[in-house]
Design a protein around this ligand. Structure first.
Ligand code: FE2
Ligand code: FE2
Length: 190
């Protein structure tokens, strides 16, 4: 299927050493979670590897990529690099890496915010990004352990942690994160 080595070489040459390490860690974590939950582990690995491929590009470069993709995003996403890179990654995923898998692209697209009714691959990538071994924020170990036991409880804990962190920084919070969290809580009540 996909040539991991050429993707890795591209990422090693374009990302900072830390971000590259985070990408590899996320790939390995995603692969492990996928195996644990019976999801395609190759897709999970690739999604993890490439999820931050545009994270370090200038916002203007990313906005141009979005135009080339003929995609539109909401105002908040358009102006915030931390959000926008999830949407512009598709530009490199398709053009540079030759990956056209809609499941992978969608997992990458929602890896920063989450969304309503996430697929298993979307959940796995979101969590892997949060709990890969180099993450050590308060509560990381708890979510890491939970991620192998109950993916929805882990996801809920990850949303809560992310919302708390963003409030602490007085950051804007994308509504999809609240929508994703509400959806999971709604499912627990059913
Ligand atoms: Fe990211
Ligand atoms: Fe990431």
């Amino acid at each position: 299927m996909t040539d991991y080595n050429s993707i890795k070489e591209y990422l090693r040459n374009t990302l900072s050493a830390n971000r590259y390490m985070h990408s590899e860690n996320t790939a390995i974590t995603a692969e492990r979670l996928a195996k644990n939950y019976g999801v395609d582990s190759q897709k999970a690995y690739i999604a993890g590897l490439i999820h931050d491929c545009t994270r370090e590009l200038e916002i203007g470069t990313q906005q141009e990529m979005l135009r080339s993709l003929r995609k539109q995003v909401d105002e908040l996403t358009y102006h915030i690099k931390e959000l926008l890179h999830a949407h512009t990654a598709e530009y490199l995923i398709v053009d540079q890496f030759g990956i056209n898998d809609e499941e992978i692209i969608s997992a990458v697209r929602f890896h920063t915010t989450g969304k309503e009714n996430m697929t298993m691959l979307e959940k796995i990538l979101f969590l892997s990004d949060v709990v890969e071994p180099s993450r050590n924020f308060p509560g990381a170990d708890y979510i890491r352990q939970l991620s192998m036991e109950n993916i929805d409880e882990a996801l809920l804990a990850a949303f809560d942690s992310s919302i708390r962190f963003l409030i602490g920084k007085r950051s804007l919070i994308h509504p999809n994160t609240f929508i994703a969290r509400n959806y999971i809580l709604g499912q627990f009540k059913e």
